[in-house]
Design a protein around this ligand. Structure first.
Ligand code: ADP
Ligand code: ZN
Length: 745
């Protein structure tokens, strides 16, 4: 081999040909990271394979590969193949995509360094130790108190941080026989949730599901399955059994979950079942830990990976099964750079590896539902909760007739706490059970308007209203993050300001006022700003140290809190009117998921749904617990309007500070696309150019084009044409392609 195809980690399309120096000839392997000259610099590249001899005049100009950076290819062949698919499908430069599939530490043009096999060191108090014996050793006393205060086991680095000189004191405590040291390759940022062990017996439905999936696994061929199991049907146990079998067969397993910090319980279950043989992949890990987990997979020492969407690139060996838990969850779509949908790539990866793929959800996406209807995916259903626990009862609170109660003493209104809701909360608290209140808007008030001139407070850089955050007394823009002090009066006319539009912060305040005896916490991005506080809050709720949890969609995730018997949706309508064709589906999913948090323990659950618009399909169908009917109707509507999954879509976003330039470029790209469109009979449509629903963000004007067609193949020519024309666009205007876009805002 004298010439090589190389992908360079630069935002450039295409593969490049490099000359192969004699001494490297016998050492090149596909997937290897290499160092190559590029322009006047050198850069990271990937060897893809041998290239044919170019024409002599070209050959003379080719530069040689400078160095091979790893003896064993960093990326295994199957991951390279998956990245190639993704780069092509999502129209992203291959070299940059390959780089995105690497863990931190391997993304520079340096030699591979093994992650230090450093372990986390813990100091554990021996059972039954008491502090009294240390009365005359105050420093050791302090160290041991700390260890006991954090549950009997403290991470040494954290301890040393909290108490100066702690390492020495701990050594003294070890000598005294009060403390032992432990080493563990444990992950930071994620405390294990409530680890649970194997249940005695599977439910009959779990038995069938496990049987079906294991049979498919053993065939060792591509087998896509939807596990449609109602909330609380025990889907996790099914995944665990299938993974167990895969590992027994010597095959690898990859589990994708929406957000690890939000669902520590799930990771806890995997860790308690498979111990140290789980590699974790998520962003709360330190870089060195991520690299260590990644290398353990690459070497085949660990064959099970659990992680968020980026785990789709994990180098799991001999892949036998891929699981995507909560497959409908929007977090599987990456919204920057390589804009991939990890659930879709999971199916592609399983296909390329001849593996079983299990998409699990109580509320499958319409895409997946459609695939089962068409027979492309097999369907496994679990319609009952474990232990014959009933599904929660679903009740409507019609806000058109249920007037809010005015608190006579204070003259204040609590508009989202209707009388039936208050009564239900009171009743639940009286039984010492727990309550979840769900409202998908954070902040205190989300719409502030002047009583005199009617002006509402807008972000000067974005086309959205500002939210008042009471805890910081600041106005905040939820799009660009801009913060400014809350004015006392209207900045235009000094009239008094009215705070309309209720967010979680205000709900929390009202709940505290209405139920002063209850222990209340709020779960949203403001209150749980770090993974640590988030995990703490979830753990405190699980330990029943809190009675009421008020929160945004963060409370709707797969939590399993047996003490929760009441779930209240404060305003089911809030996301319905968003100008997005998925608004209805998203509302149905969210409502069903949050309702599914009720009654998971021995006591039955109850769900109250407040709405001004209870006839709206997602709300009515959710109240009837009718996923089937909702999905069928919604599919029909999508078909009528040619939205996915009835069509395939590519959106083109054009943004820049100069509005005229943005509009000019938008029109130009549209006309380029129109020229390349196939005849009308092929069903390709172009929407726009038009301003995006949110026309300005961070001072940039945003326009969009949307291409829809019966298949991606039908869209190829117009999108190719746009991509080509993008090269000519002035630098002040940014054009972003989003293939299979998730959000239309
Ligand atoms: P889902 O993800 O389907 O909502 P989970 O997997 O969270 O449900 O399971 C719900 C609860 O039921 C968990 O507490 C789990 O430990 C428990 N569970 C699962 N399978 C069984 C079983 N066969 N017997 C008893 N409890 C089970
Ligand atoms: Zn803004």
């Amino acid at each position: 081999m004298k010439y090589a195809f190389v992908a360079v980690a630069r935002p450039l399309r295409g593969e490049f040909t490099y000359a192969v120096p004699d001494e490297l000839r016998d050492h090149l392997l596909p997937g290897q990271r290499i160092k190559v000259p590029f322009g006047r610099q050198t850069t990271l590249g990937f060897f893809l394979g041998p290239a044919p001899e170019p024409a002599p005049e070209l050959a003379a100009k080719l530069k040689p590969i400078e160095r091979i950076l790893d003896a064993e290819p960093a990326l295994p062949a199957d991951v390279v193949e998956l990245v190639r698919f993704a780069a092509r499908h999502y129209r992203y430069p291959l070299g940059d995509a390959l780089k995105a599939a690497l863990p931190p530490g391997l993304t520079r043009a340096d030699d591979a360094k093994d992650a230090k096999r450093d372990v986390t060191i813990y100091a554990r108090a021996k059972p039954g130790v008491v502090l009294d014996v240390l009365a005359r050793a105050p420093a050791q006393h302090a160290a041991l108190s700390y260890i006991l205060a954090v549950g009997g086991r403290a991470e040494l680095t954290e301890l040393a941080h909290a108490i100066p000189g702690a390492r020495e004191h701990v050594r003294a405590l070890v000598k005294r026989g009060l403390v032992v040291m432990e080493e563990e390759a444990i992950v930071r940022g994620v405390r294990e949730g409530l680890a649970q062990n194997r249940p005695a017996a599977l439910t009959p439905e779990q038995e069938v599901a496990v049987g079906t999936l294991i049979t498919a696994l053993e065939k060792q061929t591509f087998a896509p399955h939807l596990l449609h199991g109602v909330t609380g049907s025990g889907k996790t146990e099914v995944y665990l059994r299938v993974v167990e079998r895969a590992l027994e067969l010597g095959r690898g397993a990859l589990i994708l979950v929406p957000e690890i910090a939000l669902t520590p319980q799930l990771v806890g279950r995997f860790k308690s079942r498979f111990g140290p043989n789980v590699a974790l992949i998520h962003s709360a890990l330190k870089d060195s830990e991520r690299l260590r987990h990644w290398q353990a997979l690459r070497r085949g020492e660990v064959k099970l990976a659990v992680g968020v969407r980026s785990a789709i690139w994990a180098p799991v060996k001999d892949l036998g099964v891929v699981v995507v838990d909560e497959e409908h969850d929007p977090s599987f779509k990456q919204e920057e750079k390589l804009r991939y949908q990890a659930r879709d790539l999971a199916v592609v990866r399983a296909q390329q590896s001849g593996a079983l793929v299990v998409l699990g959800s109580a509320t499958p996406s319409l895409e997946t539902f459609e695939n089962t209807r068409k027979g492309r995916y097999a369907l496994v259903t679990m319609s009952k909760r474990v232990d014959d626990r009933p599904m929660p009862t679903l009740e409507l609170v019609d806000l058109r007739t249920e007037r809010p109660r005015t608190d006579e003493n204070k003259g204040t209104e609590q508009p989202l706490l209707s009388p039936p809701l208050r009564a239900a909360i009171e009743e639940t608290l009286a039984k010492q059970q727990q309550v979840i209140l769900f409202l998908n808007r954070r902040g205190h008030s989300t719409y502030i308007v002047c009583e005199v001139c009617g002006q509402s407070l807008h972000c000067p850089d974005c086309d959205v209203c500002l939210t008042h955050h009471l805890s910081s007394r600041m106005l905040q823009c939820h799009y660009c993050g801009r913060r400014s002090p809350m004015p006392r009066a209207c900045p235009e006319c000094t009239g008094p300001l009215l705070e309309l539009g209720i967010g979680t912060e205000r709900v929390e305040a009202e709940v505290v006022e209405a139920f002063p005896q209850a222990r209340v916490a709020r779960l949203d991005r403001d209150a749980a700003s770090s993974a640590e506080t988030l995990t703490e809050m979830l753990a405190a709720f699980a330990r029943r140290e809190l009675d009421i949890l008020v929160g945004t969609q963060m409370v709707a995730k797969g939590h399993d809190f047996p003490g929760v018997t009441l779930v209240c949706v404060l305003l089911a309508d809030s996301a319905l009117s968003l100008p997005d064709f998925r608004a209805s589906e998203r509302t149905f999913h969210l409502l069903t998921q949050v309702a599914g948090r009720a009654g998971r323990g021995k006591d039955p659950g109850r769900v109250l749904v407040q709405s001004y618009n209870p006839e709206a399909a997602p709300i009515a169908r959710m109240l009837a617990n009718d996923f089937q009917k909702f999905s069928e109707d919604e599919l029909r509507r999508r078909k009528l309007l040619h939205w996915p999954p009835d069509s395939r879509m590519v959106s083109v976003r054009i943004e820049g500070e100069n509005a005229d330039a943005v509009i000019r470029v938008s029109k130009q790209l549209a006309s380029v696309a129109v020229k390349a469109m196939p005849p009308a009979s092929h069903g390709v449509r172009l929407l726009g150019p038009a301003p995006a629903p949110i026309t300005r963000i961070k001072g940039k004007t945003r326009w969009q084009l949307v291409l829809k067609g019966p298949s991606h193949a039908a869209l190829t020519r117009p999108v190719d044409a746009i991509e080509k024309a993008m090269e000519e666009v002035p630098r002040s205007v940014r054009v972003l392609l989003d293939v299979d876009p998730a959000a239309m805002l």
